[in-house]
Design a protein around this ligand. Structure first.
Ligand code: URA
Length: 188
């Protein structure tokens, strides 16, 4: 219990620091920080791309249409929202939901890296290509490697990277939905 409380305290400090950037390179009127949420002591860490409109409104990750889809499939496979941690590469919404730039990804990297260090998960599930590139490099293709666990050395610790399609892709293409469901069964 003490360990969980300590981790939560450290994560709260990071969330505060994220908020204090006021968006950094994404600073804009009405922008809110979306630091991430969940169990500070989880084994399973979900990392998406960037908040969208609904995430910015609610200051929570993955609460829009694709987020609801992700959370539903997660729960259906026994990954309860209170048991996992969910966050993004970039902690504020890019305008018009455009892709994050390399500079924006770099700006928020220390915060994400610190969240991973504090939580120290066994598995990092990457949702979408930017998150996958962070851990596996840019030479990989999601279509080929989704659902395959990759054991990597992450700052001196072994962690399993589990690449998945982004749930937004499943909204556009039902066959991608099938892959996400199959990958969740493998993740289990
Ligand atoms: N897409 C993401 O990558 N992250 C969110 O938080 C919501 C949608």
């Amino acid at each position: 219990v003490n360990k969980i409380m300590d981790k939560q305290k450290l994560l709260d400090e990071i969330a505060k620091k994220i908020e204090e950037t006021e968006g950094g390179p994404l600073k804009a009127p009405g922008i809110n920080s979306v630091p991430g949420e969940g169990n500070p002591d989880t084994d399973v860490f979900f990392c998406g791309e960037a908040p969208g409109f609904n995430e910015n409104e609610q200051k929570r990750p993955f609460v829009g249409v694709s987020g609801k889809l992700l959370r539903r499939v997660m729960v259906e496979n026994g990954f309860l929202e209170k048991d996992v941690f969910i966050t993004n590469i970039v902690k504020f919404r890019p305008p018009e939901n455009r892709d994050p730039t390399p500079q924006e990804i770099e700006f928020f990297k220390p915060f994400l890296d610190k969240q991973i260090e504090i939580i120290d998960p066994k598995v990092i599930v990457t949702l979408g290509r930017f998150s996958m590139y962070k851990f596996l490099g840019e030479g990989v293709g999601i279509t080929r490697i989704h659902g395959q666990p990759h054991s990597i050395n992450w700052h001196g610790k072994t962690v399993t990277i589990f690449p998945m399609f982004h749930p937004a892709a499943a909204l556009r293409d039902p066959s991608t939905m099938k892959f996400i469901k199959e990958d969740f069964i493998k993740l289990k």
